[in-house]
Design a protein around this ligand. Structure first.
Ligand code: ZN
Length: 241
């Protein structure tokens, strides 16, 4: 068990929930951070509290290490971003070759705020769900970006500082498999039922992989990963519902 604690950037989505479990399996003390950046659908912020409650009640070994949850308001980011996540706009490819869901500077800002909070809480490690494998090419999800920022933060705070990104080089199917390895079927079921991924904020349609519209890029990615995991790993198939 690593000492010194970890602060997890925790949005309530599938990826950050797996990152939270990853941290809870490794660090003596784990705190969580949620950020309100004016995202179109506040359901994400609601679900993150539900997921934390479910972990506290259903996973006693983890709950002893799960500490404070923090939420900070970064709505200014939404006000300076014209994107499909912060405005009522179509999800499409932009002239820059990036999806309109790309919020410029989002992850860079999140990590700086998280580092400032971690510093105050005497925590030396951030854990975040950035992934460069199947993530639409968001430039702030690249490993090179994160490594450069880790160095900038460590210099700026004048102390050793780590940013762990356990999902960086795995795909969505492997993320489901990692969830199964970390917490077994109960944790996979928690992710299916309570984590939120859908860009449209849909929690009325239930699929084998969870709730969502089923057609936005985030739902498609989650569904494709689920299907690939089901095909690759039949012994861990949960019951259909
Ligand atoms: Zn969706």
């Amino acid at each position: 068990m690593k000492t010194g604690g970890a602060l997890v950037l925790f949005s309530g989505g599938q990826d950050s929930t797996v990152c939270l479990a990853w941290a809870l399996a490794r660090y003596d003390r784990v705190e969580t951070l949620g950020i309100d950046y004016g995202q179109r659908h506040a359901v994400e912020l609601t679900q993150r509290r539900v997921v934390l409650d479910e972990i506290r009640s259903g996973f006693p070994e983890w709950s002893t290490r799960l500490g404070d949850d923090h939420e900070i308001d970064l709505k200014a980011l939404g006000r300076i971003s014209e994107t499909a996540l912060t405005r009522d706009a179509e999800i499409e490819m932009t002239a820059a070759g990036l999806p309109s869901t790309f919020v410029p500077g989002r992850n860079l800002l999140f990590l700086v705020y998280a580092a400032a909070l971690a510093y105050r809480r005497s925590i030396g490690t951030l854990v975040a769900g950035m992934c460069e494998t199947d993530y639409s090419g968001y430039p702030d999800c690249r490993d090179a970006t994160i490594r450069a920022q880790q160095q900038a933060i460590a210099l700026g705070l004048d102390k050793p500082f780590a940013i762990e990104t356990p999902l960086m080089f795995i795909d969505k199917a492997e993320t489901w498999a990692l969830a199964g390895t970390l917490g077994g079927q109960p944790f996979v079921d928690l992710i299916r039922e309570h984590t939120h991924t859908c860009y449209l904020g849909d929690r009325t349609h239930r699929h084998a992989w969870g709730w969502g519209c089923g057609t936005c890029p985030a739902c498609e990615l989650r569904a494709r990963g689920w299907d690939a995991w089901q095909e690759a790993d039949p012994p861990r198939n949960p019951p259909k519902s």
